[in-house]
Design a protein around this ligand. Structure first.
Ligand SMILES: [Zn+2]
Length: 99
């Protein structure tokens, strides 16, 4: 279930580009990780990544704002599992598999 607000792609890119302009010398990907973590603690999440269609498409955003996609087979029962994290659809920042 939603807890934090997911930014639109353009909003997140604008935030990362502003951070890059303020701190030249840090690469875009590193800055994106830092911006994601900073936003996550104030209730905002970066847009989720492209879904991998070969596994369950349930998503979870961890406390640092990193997204995880379930690695189990599509349509499974029970908890979703991405190795480092397991979750249920009822957890905060969990998004059920898309049909
Ligand atoms: Zn799953």
């Amino acid at each position: 279930m939603a807890a934090r607000t997911i930014l639109k792609h353009q909003q997140f890119e604008d935030a990362v580009e502003a951070a890059c302009a303020a701190l030249p010398g840090i690469g875009y990907e590193d800055m994106a990780d830092g911006v994601s973590a900073a936003l996550a603690v104030v209730g905002l999440l970066a847009p989720p990544p492209e879904l991998d269609g070969d596994t369950c498409t349930a998503l979870y955003a961890d406390p640092s704002g990193q997204w995880w996609q379930c690695e189990d087979d599509p349509g499974h029962d029970g908890r979703h599992d991405a190795g480092e994290h397991t979750w249920t659809d009822a957890d905060d920042d969990a998004y059920p598999a898309q049909q």
